[in-house]
Design a protein around this ligand. Sequence first.
Ligand code: ZN
Length: 247
Amino acid sequence: MIVFFWGLLGLAVGSFLNVIIDRVPRDQSIVNIPSHCEVCQHPLAPQELVPVFSYLWLRGRCRHCAAAITRRLPAVELATGFLFAFLWNHYGLSSELPISLLYSCLFLVIFVIDLEQGIIPNKIVYPMLAISLALSPFWPDLGILSALLGGIIGFSLMLIPYLFARGGFGAGDVKLAAVLGTVSGSPLVIVALLMGIVGGGIMASLLLIIRLRKRKETIPFGPFLATSAVITLIWGQPIWDWYLDLF
Ligand SMILES: [Zn+2]
């Protein structure tokens, strides 16, 4: 039963994440402006602000100007609801619960902003570096030294493809790789980076094969690194052990 309420709480948090996704890249305040239609600017009434349900009730259109509402809104709300329910189930009441919730929300925000706009905002990455270093003593088997070392490894490893493979990676990817390191620590940062790079590579090839991507086009890398970061946070150790067992 509690897991159901966690899911609902996640839907509500997801709706706030949508506000962050819309406003942070545009340097707008995330608290001072009331929610409004992006097309006609009409402020939204309370019944238009209920996560997912309002989208369904409005059939995906603004009540005033009938402009289509982006499907990203309910998608982010549902994803956040799922993450909240899943992490509650996985960790229960523990110090890992709030920390994993915070990280997965921030990585979800990076995922969507990079996918939609092809940027990874410093305004999110820099605070994440500070937060993850500060929280590192509270995560099992991590600690400040491992987090720092992880950050340096992540940054340096991503610097190589950034400098030598022209295009494909942006400076934002390098900074995000440092965050992957401070969040997962050493040596799990290697799991996080490898999974992200391999995942992105496979997806880029698939899109090329099914002709959804032209040869010159690059795909945003942030979504793969962000997904990989959350997977490593939850299952990094078992994946690392499995990898070492191969030898
Ligand atoms: Zn409107």
